[in-house]
Design a protein around this ligand. Sequence first.
Ligand code: SF4
Length: 480
Amino acid sequence: MPVRNHRCVTRKVGPDHPLAGKTVYIPAMAEASIEALCATLRWMGIESRPTPPSDARTLELGSKHTSGDECFPAKITTGDFLKIAQQPSFDAKRTVFMMGTTDGPCRFGQYAPFLHKVLREQGHGDVQILSPHGEHGYSDFQDFDTAFVRTAWRALVSADILRKLLLQTRPYETLPGEADRAFRESLDDFCQTLEQSCSDSACQMRSLTAALLRARARFHAVPARFDPRRPLIGIVGEIFCRLNNFSNQGLVRRLEDQGAECWMADIAEWIAYTNVEEVRNLRLAGRTYSWEMLKSKLRSRIQHADEHALRSLFVEDFAGYEEPRVEEVLELARPYLPFPGAEGEMITNVGRSAYLALHGADGIVDISPFTCMNGVVSEAIYPKLSRDYAGIPIRNFYFDGQQSDLERDIGIYFELARLYGEKKPYERVFPSRFSPQRENIDMPAVLRRLSGSKLRFPCQWRSGLKKFRCFLSRVMHMPE
Ligand code: SF4
């Protein structure tokens, strides 16, 4: 839709930027999300790629340079980075490896220093490591401006949407491979659209929503027969292992082969959680009324508005599969792991498991690395949670790169899920694709509605000091 007096422009970093002329590699944690994040960096004019697909060499290199005490994702990411370092064309001075970090109770905070140490020992000390910190909702990307952080957020939310469409369609396709093809085409289309999108936030949103609507049309064209009797399995767990098909030995596909449909916790939930954590930490540090608090609240608001704009294109598709707000997840976890006392993925795993049970899931699978602290704590909570939610079967699957009799374990678990599904007290809501006649949605009307939507505070109708005080009271919960 043309914007009056608008000319599309892209804003690239200058040659003096520390990342200019370098290639940033991001661990290929999740299909779609990492491609979209790389496209965001290219949108800024920085060459970026996901690490190449993990394989036996990844494990070999990862095992060689770890002692066995590290978590499995550390082994995988180290192996993948070292594979790049062994390529003939590798130039350490022009290479950047991205490895997020955090404080907090688990070992993730050690990944980046550990990687740095291994690279130094291997003679690649010149490689730069880019480490956005979870304490700021992963928003501290070098000296990139807020436009980058906002675009990266849109990219991650959109990738979550594409993955959700794939998981909702693939189990029901009648022509094998068609859902994967729709997913790949949609992802390529989305990344290309993002890379070439305008720097103006509203204009960019219009191109991204158009790309997502094209994705939606592709998925709708996949020949499929939707059967409401197929069990729905909720997938929670450690973020890397549950999303990385190599690490979890393709568990989601294996569940689908047994006859399940999977609903996976997405990446946006974790980032929303880190935003809540940031606010809590600022309060604890006595900085409730600080510039950092204002920035954090504003970022959460804007992210929530963008997420809403993107997800509202799929209201029909995701009916019954609505993503909870992180506050709801924390509330559901409270009886087991009260939020101000416990931290990390164990809370989101437990809260989301309860949410999935209430939304009619037939079972929950927790995918975690072997010895993962979050996985171990969650596993201790699950028997009580299962009793509280009518006996829903919850099963932990741990991975450390060793082969196990996964098929047998999945088969036994799936039978339990089937039995629970026959007597579960929680109703599922089914979207219209499960009814014989799909509802036709007036997409041009949805687009028109969205093109007029933007982040609005009711304060905008006030003026002067009143307007400013109203704004502060809303963002920081201060009295007007
Ligand atoms: S979440 Fe688990 S696997 Fe990941 S760093 Fe923490 S302890 Fe390790």
